[in-house]
Structures are given as C-alpha cells and as structure tokens.
Ligand binder design. Structure first.
Ligand SMILES: [Zn+2]
Length: 254
C-alpha cells in the first residue's frame, strides 16, 4: 500500500505576537501551492485568529480543506484550570462552526500540550478526533514520547488521536520548523511521515519583528520565508515521488 501523508497547518498569529501577516500573506500562497498539487490539507485554526479573519477560514473551507480547532487563544492547556480548558475547547469550536456553517470535530492542542485525561473532556465538548501528541513539546516536553504512533482512542473516550510522528524515529516532531532546524539530518529521511505540520508564518520573508527571545532567533528563524517555501515544495515532490498519497485527518483516519 502506498504511504499516506496528512499535511496539517496550525493557523495562528505570528509567534504569539498578535500579528496576522502569516495568515494574510503566506496562507493564500500556500493554498495556491497546494491547489496546484491537488493536495487538501487539515487546517487547525486558533479561534481568535479565525474571528479576525473569517473570510480566510471560509475560503479555505470552500477550497476543500478540513477546518479544525487549535483552541481559542493558543494557551497551553496544562496551564489552565478545568473550567478554562473547557472554555478554550467550546469557544473555538463554536466560533469555527459559526464561520463555516458546518460541524467542526477535530482538535490540535497548542504546543502539543495535551494534558493526560483530556480525551473525555474533548468528547464532551463535541470533538471526535485529535492530532495533539508529538514526541516533543516546548511545554509538555517528552510527555507523549512513548505514546503509540498509530491512531488510537484517547483515554478510552470516543476521540481518535492521530499523533505527529518523530523524524527518523527520533524525538523530533515531523514539522517544517524542525526540518529547517535539523536540515542536514532531515535530508536523510526519504520516508513520508504519516502527519506533517507547519505554520503559515514560517513562510514569511523578513519576519524579524517577531517577539522572539534574542537567543532563540538564530535557531527558530533559520531557513524561513522563501527558503522554507522551497523546502516544503521539495518535500511534497519527494513524497509524491515515493508514491505517497495525501489525505486529510478525520475521526476515520487510520
Ligand atoms: Zn500552535
């Protein structure tokens, strides 16, 4: 069977600065690039960003991409009370559903910070699937390092988790940011990942106004903009050459 890749995009403000240049300038170009390749993606929208750019959400939905939730404010859920977690989950879902006029049942935890036991909470807030576990998180660290890599039920709830795998089997999440940071290493891995993620703002040129700590800027800013866009195009072509097919995430994804 040919390998399958789900391209996922976390649609949020630029590096938590409140700026939406990524959504305004990079997302439309990204969707054009995906259309040209016949790829439908899964877009995890932060509710607040979606409310500021409802037309962008509707356009992506109309172009056939799956609209899912990335929380209301992009806060790390393990730092929230139970009431705040529920508030993040329901407000984001309500906002997105009212914008697209269709059910929104998918979720990705900001920073891959999925607290233990959140499955039943997700289910009670109307979610049916999630892609929130990655081998490393800047907030949750290695909490999900030994989680199953295949899709599985979350905490016994009726919520299907489709994890983001590690690059080359290492505890490095399969995302464009880490592929940029570990570029020589990433070149060794020709096998398509089951799930891959990126952010629109990574594709922006000249984004040096970001409120990143100065010591992180050289690392997180490496290969951004046009270079990142080219890297993504090469990856998509390489996976296609490896006979991969592209699919979207849903409660039925295996
Ligand atoms: Zn995010």
């Amino acid at each position: 069977m040919s390998p399958r890749v789900a391209l996922t995009v976390d649609v949020e403000d630029d590096w938590n600065t409140g700026s939406l240049r990524g959504i305004d300038e990079a997302l439309p170009t990204l969707l054009d690039d995906l259309d040209a390749r016949g790829i439908r993606a899964t877009l995890f929208w932060v509710g607040e960003a979606a409310l500021r750019r409802p037309d962008r959400v509707r356009e992506a939905h109309a172009r056939g991409h799956v609209i899912a939730s990335h929380g209301m404010t992009h806060v790390a859920l393990s730092r929230c009370t139970a009431a705040q977690q529920r508030d993040e989950l329901t407000r984001a879902r309500d906002a997105l559903q009212s914008i697209v006029g269709a059910a929104v049942t998918g979720f990705r935890a900001p920073y891959f910070d999925l607290p233990r036991g959140l499955g039943p909470v997700l289910a009670s807030c109307g979610y049916r699937w999630s892609s929130s576990k990655a081998p490393f998180s800047p907030v949750a660290y290695y909490r999900h390092l030994f989680a199953p890599r295949a899709a599985h039920a979350l905490d016994g709830a009726d919520v299907r988790e489709i994890p983001v795998p590690g690059m080359l089997g290492l505890p490095i999440p399969e995302g464009l940011s880490y592929r940029r940071l570990f570029a020589p290493l990433a070149a060794l891995g020709p096998r398509p990942p089951r799930v891959f993620y990126l952010h629109p703002y990574e594709l922006l040129d000249g984004a040096d106004g970001f409120a990143l700590p100065a010591h992180l800027r050289p690392f997180l800013g490496v290969g951004e903009g046009t270079a990142a866009r080219r890297r993504l195009a090469r990856l998509l072509d390489r996976w296609r050459d490896a006979s991969a097919t592209f699919d979207t995430l849903s409660e039925h994804t295996s």
